[in-house]
Ligand binder design. Structure first.
Ligand code: AMP
Ligand code: MG
Length: 408
């Protein structure tokens, strides 16, 4: 009598996300120059090192006069442009011509806009004087020591501009994970090559490289035959251990017939299997494994499954490595057309095109038949989460979705 191995336990989508966040610890932080910091995750909060702005400056082009000086005609005693610094007290009847951004020469001044004056040689007449002082006070934007950026947070262009203004030129950010990807399969050929009958072009390697590049993460990529010794030899480091990677991605070889290939390979490299099978589709034959602080994914070869697993699960791993807290990636949207899930038993991630409409996100479900289909990926920028057992969901139904646009 033969003994059969019990079918591996299927882990729900939420459980997989929690497992990944629990297993993938934050990578160390290190300072990087601002030019390399876009999209990186800040790990040390930033406070204003000095008052912002650091000196009182004019908000307009005009004439600085004493606030307590009610004269209407003034003697022009200096001309200060942005960048000049020539402090001087002003006597009644004296005005300093001043440009936007120039440091005020003394306290107790206001700036009369040039449009409200008439200049005649060395003298200027004030035609109209409003109560607004047109002075950008020292520290009015932020006081020294005031928190300006909390950590962890992803650095946007705006945040980098702020850091530059503060002189924080090397913010402390999470280091990038070292990622190794191996596409396995005897049927795959590089996309440049014309496939023979029965062969297919490797689309997953391009998809993975682009997914990671859009998140600023480089990757070392290889193709290996679906043959244990060859794949293991490729992956082992020269000393015979696991590859020097924080994240190992194996494409293909994850489905039932080939399940043992990826599992054996990961076990051989010293990984502990955390997830053997996901309860969602496409992407059921998912493997998640851990070795120390490193994570490995056995991604089912089907391209749509790849797309789903990358945007949900590998994204969660990247977030965990970056030190971002676990949070649901789902947001509510509204179906722009009927979606027929045909009562599929498993929870489904459905490719969709999301468009912002007045106050809501309209989700257009895209056509797919099997998880090998790529045509929907031309327009997909979202995945709709459809509960298991759902049949037809009417247009206008509110549904959760995850954006596949890189996080900003
Ligand atoms: P597997 O997970 O190896 O059982 O593969 C499942 C399906 O995905 C099969 O139809 C494979 O031909 C296909 N597939 C595997 N790897 C790739 C790849 N790199 N690019 C495109 N399709 C792939
Ligand atoms: Mg295969």
């Amino acid at each position: 009598m033969t003994t059969s191995t019990p079918a591996p336990h299927a882990t729900t989508l939420d459980e997989v996300l929690a497992i990944i966040h629990g297993a993938g610890g934050p990578l160390a932080a290190a300072p990087v120059p601002l030019a390399q910091a876009l999209g990186r995750v800040l790990r040390e909060a930033v406070v204003a090192p000095e008052d912002q702005p650091p000196f009182a400056r004019s908000g307009v082009d005009g004439f600085a006069v004493r606030v307590d000086d009610t004269a209407t005609e003034f003697q022009i005693v200096d001309f200060l442009r942005a960048g000049d610094w020539r402090p001087r007290p002003l006597a009644p009847g004296e005005a300093v011509r001043i440009g936007t951004g120039a440091a005020l020469p003394a306290d107790g001044l206001q700036v009369v806009m040039i449009e409200d004056t008439a200049m005649d040689g060395e003298r200027v007449r004030v035609l109209q004087r409003d109560t607004v002082r047109h002075v950008r006070e020292r520290g009015e934007d932020a006081r020294r020591g005031q928190p300006l950026l909390a950590a962890p947070c992803r650095l946007s262009a705006g945040a980098l501009g702020l850091l530059a203004s503060l002189g924080v030129v090397a913010p402390s950010v999470a280091r990038l994970p070292r990622v190794v990807h191996v596409a396995t399969g005897n049927e795959i050929v590089p996309p440049e090559q014309t496939p023979a009958h029965g062969q297919i072009r490797d689309s997953n390697s391009t998809l993975i490289r682009a997914f990671l590049a859009a998140r600023g993460v480089p990757v070392a990529q290889h193709r290996a035959p679906e043959e244990f010794a060859a794949a293991a030899a490729l992956l082992r480091d020269p000393a015979g251990g696991a590859p020097a990677a924080d994240l190992l991605l194996l494409s293909g070889g994850a489905s039932v017939g080939e399940h043992d290939f990826t599992r054996r390979l990961l076990a051989d490299l010293g990984f502990e299997i955390l997830v053997s099978k996901a309860a969602s589709r496409p992407g059921k034959p998912l493997i998640v494994a851990r070795r120390g602080a490193a994570l490995a994914f056995g991604l089912p070869g089907n391209p749509l499954a790849h797309y789903v697993c990358l945007h949900l699960f590998v994204q969660a791993a990247l977030d965990a490595f970056a030190g971002l807290p676990a949070k649901s990636p789902f947001h509510p949207g509204v179906l722009a057309a009927e979606l027929d899930n045909e009562g599929a038993a498993r929870e489904t991630l459905w490719p969709a095109h999301a468009a912002a409409t007045d106050g809501t996100v309209a989700l257009e479900p895209l056509r797919w038949i099997s998880s090998g289909d790529l045509s929907s990926l031309g327009r997909a920028n979202a995945l709709i989460r459809v509960p298991g057992g759902a049949g037809r969901l009417a247009r206008g139904t509110t549904v959760p979705f995850v954006s596949t646009v890189p996080p900003a």
